[in-house]
Design a protein around this ligand. Structure first.
Ligand code: G3I
Ligand code: 9MR
Ligand code: ZN
Length: 557
């Protein structure tokens, strides 16, 4: 495809660009005016050229090797369905311009978490065609003591596999709950999940399903088991067909700190809805933090030799401890947590990332969005400086990118779309903190540009969200999708995206050596290092879309 665009669409009042890899001139053709126009040629639409221009030469994009030109059609604000065409007659996929472009997307990104529910049946009333009987009902045993049984049903399958892991769970909970805390107006109760209509926003209902499982993953000392999985990944079978023994793997300091942080955060969020639940969450947080106090040393996790399920190993637990101290400080105001925050802020932590290996950005979210300012002014200043400095760096990286994405060639790691979206979170946080309107606008536009990339304005011309775009990817590495006999995947799944050194067999075989990083992608179900789905790749996308929908609501009123 020679013209790349956000296949889901653009907001009327925001910047709108498309990338040309051929031709210099562009026309924007309206298929049909109106807010709800069909995005299909032949639906009785009479194409009409509504804008013409010359695309700006942006040189050679480092991450793709493409020589690109950028067509800016921001002046076009009328709602409708369009495409972009160059002077060679090549055209983009259709896209919409409309206020509602991100509304359905945010709902589907969140509903996707429901499809990950483990330990219950997905009924047709809520799951439509994507039903399955209850799964993984069996009790687990400790990996280190096969006589010690524990009931740990529930939670979300982590990804395309059936494992459940504490650190990625805590990160997904963190993204989701901060999205709600900061942009509550973007959350309703119409996801059509079993709890819909109970007076609590459905994102919180869905998140509670994960939290109730997490509450089972704590041992008597307060430590959090690192993960709950079978010894080997299941074959490609439906979840209800997986009867393997599940094991609780040993406690780690990384998991326990993530656990303490996410429980403390959740206790604040649910306080207004269910104080009994909030108390349980808080008590679990205090108990986990007590474990951290008793174990100031790093307690790592490595897979036993015979185990091939996810490892989520991390060589440093200081970022997790910082997140935990920050959440406990904001939750309690107690000086002992301030002292931990001060100590850890003096270290070399980034304070700006929201992934499962580096969670230190969540400490910035906790402290910088706390309206009661329980943390010291010094902590706030240190964190704000780090956030704004990183946002400036990312804005400069995006400006250098022909595709407007805040990524450098070395950033295309396993789950690179999570990197894109976590950088979107950072840019949104900076937009909230920016003192000057011109900087705020730069951060906001750059955050939106990350969604343009995710939804199709990239070197492989894929929308990386199932069901969103004429060329949305369709073959995620996801066991139910592969086994359910249904042609299309559930809508709203974010693909892991391009990875410069793919490590699955098909990716290694089919992507030639020397392929530019942004092009190291295949829409292939076997490519777990390129095209898997996970809960914590969807949740940063929910955060960014919730911000966008809140901003659109505010600027519309
Ligand atoms: O931390 C190093 C960094 O220092 C280095 O510069 C970089 C170079 O590529 O590698 C970084 O470590 C990588 C790590 O992710 C953190 O980004 C490892 O190489 C890489 O192998 C590791 O990949 C993880 C993968 O599991 C394998 O462990 C992915 O992030 C993680 O999303 C993925 O998670 C899997 C679960 O195990 C099982 N469930 C599915 C899920 C998604 O695929
Ligand atoms: O399906 C598994 C996926 O969730 C993991 O991310 C990946 C790495 O842990 O492993 C996948 O399972 C593969 C296993 O590692 C090797 N045999 C093939 C399995 C299915 O692709
Ligand atoms: Zn299950």
């Amino acid at each position: 495809m020679a013209i790349l665009c956000n296949q889901a669409g653009y907001l009327p009042q925001c910047r709108k660009t498309a990338v040309l890899t051929a031709g210099e001139h562009f026309s924007v053709i309206r298929m049909e005016a109106g807010a709800d126009s069909a995005a299909r040629e032949g639906a009785g639409a009479q194409p009409q050229t509504v804008m013409e221009g010359t695309a700006q030469d942006a040189g050679t994009d480092a991450a793709s090797g493409d020589h690109v030109r950028v067509a800016d059609f921001s002046a076009l604000t009328q709602e409708g369905t369009y495409y972009v065409q160059n002077e060679l007659g090549e055209r983009s996929h259709c896209f919409r311009i409309g206020q509602d472009v991100y509304l359905a997307l945010q709902k589907d990104l969140t509903k996707a978490l429901y499809y990950q529910r483990c330990g219950c049946a997905l009924q047709e009333a809520h799951a439509g065609v994507y039903t399955h009987p209850e799964c993984h009902m069996q009790t687990a045993v400790l990996w280190t003591d096969r006589n010690a049984e524990k009931e740990v049903r529930g939670g979300w399958h982590d990804a395309g596999d059936y494992g459940r892991y504490i650190s990625p769970a805590a990160v997904a909970v963190g993204h989701l709950l901060y999205a709600y805390l900061l942009f509550p107006e973007s959350f309703g109760d119409s996801l059509n999940i079993p709890e819909s209509g109970n007076g609590m926003p459905d994102a919180l209902n869905e998140c509670r399903y994960e939290l109730e499982w997490m509450l089972k993953m704590q041992d008597e000392e307060g430590g959090a088991y690192h993960k709950l999985t079978s010894e080997r990944h299941a074959d490609f079978i439906m979840p209800e067909e997986d009867h393997a023994q599940f094991y609780l793997f040993p406690v780690s300091s990384m998991a326990t700190a993530d656990y303490a942080a996410s429980m403390a955060l959740a206790s604040r969020v649910y306080r207004a809805y269910d104080s009994g639940f909030a108390d349980r969450l808080y008590e679990a947080a205090v108990k986990a933090y007590g474990w951290l106090d008793c174990h100031p040393e790093y307690v790592g996790f490595r897979n036993p030799d015979s185990c091939n399920t996810g490892e989520y190993d991390d060589v440093c637990d200081l970022d997790e401890r910082l997140w935990a101290a920050a959440e406990m400080l904001v939750t309690t105001g107690e000086q002992k947590y301030q002292e931990q925050v001060d100590r850890l802020l003096r270290g070399e932590l980034t304070k700006t990332d929201f992934g499962w290996t580096d969670v230190s950005g969540f400490a910035a979210l906790a402290i910088l969005t706390d309206e009661s300012h329980k943390a010291s002014a010094e902590s706030e200043a240190v964190l704000k400086e780090a956030v704004l400095a990183e946002a400036d760096r990312l804005a400069a990286v995006a400006a250098q990118s022909g595709y407007g994405v805040a990524m450098e060639p070395e950033d295309y790691i396993w789950g690179s779309n999570m990197v894109v979206l976590n950088r979107g979170i950072l840019l949104v946080l900076a937009a909230l903190l920016a003192g000057q309107e011109d900087r705020r606008r730069v951060y906001e536009q750059t955050a939106l540009a990350q969604m343009d990339y995710l939804l199709g304005m990239n070197a492989v011309d894929y929308s990386y969200v199932t069901g969103y775009g004429e060329h949305a990817y369709r073959h995620p590495h996801n066991r139910p999708t592969e086994c359910d006999g249904i042609e299309l995947p559930m809508p709203g799944w974010v693909s892991g995206g391009p990875f410069k050194t793919p490590c699955d067999e098909v990716g290694r075989e089919q992507i030639p050596e020397g392929t530019p990083p942004m092009k190291c992608y295949l829409d292939h179900a076997a490519c777990y290092s390129l095209n898997e789905i996970t809960i914590y790749w969807n949740t940063p996308a929910i955060f960014v879309t919730a911000y966008i929908n809140a901003r659109m609501r505010a600027t519309r009123n």
